[in-house]
Design a protein around this ligand. Sequence first.
Ligand code: NAD
Length: 328
Amino acid sequence: MAQQTKVLVTGAGGFIGHHLVKYLKGQGYWVRGVDIKEPEYEKSPADVFELLDLRRWPNCLLATHGAEEVYNLAANMGGIGFIESHKAEIMHDNVLINIHMLEAARLNGIKRYLYTSSACIYPGYKQNTTDVKPLREEDAYPADPEDGYGWEKLFSERQCRHYSEEYDLETRVVRFHNIFGPLGTYDGGREKSPAAICRKVALAKKEDEIVVWGDGQQTRSYCYVDDCVEGIYRLMRASFRQPLNLGQDRLITVNELVDIIANVAGKKISKKYDLSKPQGVRGRNSDNAKLRQVLNWEPQISLEKGLELTYFWICEQLTKSGRFLPTF
Ligand code: NAD
C-alpha cells in the first residue's frame, strides 16, 4: 500500500526535490529527504530530512538503506551562466553522486530508481535554429550534448540503462525541459531564465528597460513545477525503462517570455540585449508524443498561469528580503 512505501528523495533541499517531497507526502508515502542543504524558503515536510553529501560513498549507502524507491534529483547545477563556467566542478560532483547512488541502490535492493536527466543531453547540431524541430527521445544519438553538464547527464543515463540491463534494476530516466515555479532560486547566479526575468521585471519601474541575455530570439519551452512532479510520479509508476521527455511543447522566444511576464506584472518593459552573455542552444523544444503515449497524460498548466504564480512569489520574496519594488 502507498501509505507504507518508504521513498528516498535526494536533492530534497532543492527546487524540484522540495516540491516532489510535498507531492509524495500528499500521496501518503513515508519520505526521507536528503541534501547538503535544507530547503531555502520553507521547511521540508519529509518524515526525516538528513544533511548528507552524496558525493561520498558511505553517505549513499546510508541514504538508500531501508528505502524501497529512490528519486535521485541531487545535482550540482544552475542556469546557463553557471553551467557554462563550472564544467569541471559539475562533472566531478555529479558523476560521483550518480555512480555511487546507483550502486548503493543496487546493494540495498531498491525496487525502483528514478534518475533526473535533462534536455541538455540533446545534440547541439539539432538545435541550431530558432524554429527547431521538437526533440524526440531517439534524437539523443549520435551524441553531442551540452558540454560538461549535458555529457554527465548522458553518461549517467547510460549507467542507468546498464544497471537495468545487467542487474535488472528498475530504472526510470526523465529528461526535464526548463522547469520553473515558486520556491526556486531567483538570484545569486544559479537561477534560470524565467526566474531571472521575473526578478528583473519585479525590480523594474512601471515603464522600464531590462537586460536580456543574447538577442532574445532564442527559443525554448517551459514547464510549471506542479506538472513536473506529477509527471515524475506517473513515470515512476509506469513500466517504461527508456528515457522520457518531460516538458511543455509550446515553443516561445525569450522576447515573448519577457512580454508575458511584463503583462502579468502590468508593466511596460523594453529590452536591452547583452550579446556577451551565454544563451545556450539557439532553439529547443520537447516532442511529447512518447510522453502522451507512456503516461497517458501531458503537462496541463499554461505558461501564463505558471508565470503569474512564479512572478508574484518572487515579488513576495524580494519584499521580504527588503528589496525595493518600484510601483511608479
Ligand atoms: P536544485 O539545484 O534546486 O536542486 C538540486 C539539489 O541537489 C540542491 O538542493 C543541492 O544542494 C543538491 N545537491 C548538490 N550537490 C549535492 C551533494 N553532493 N549531496 C547532496 N545533495 C546535493 O535543482 P533543481 O532544478 O531542483 O533540479 C533537480 C534535478 O533536475 C537535478 O538533477 C537537475 O540537474 C535536473 N534538471 C532540472 C531542470 C530544471 O529546469 N530545473 C532541467 C533539467 C534537469
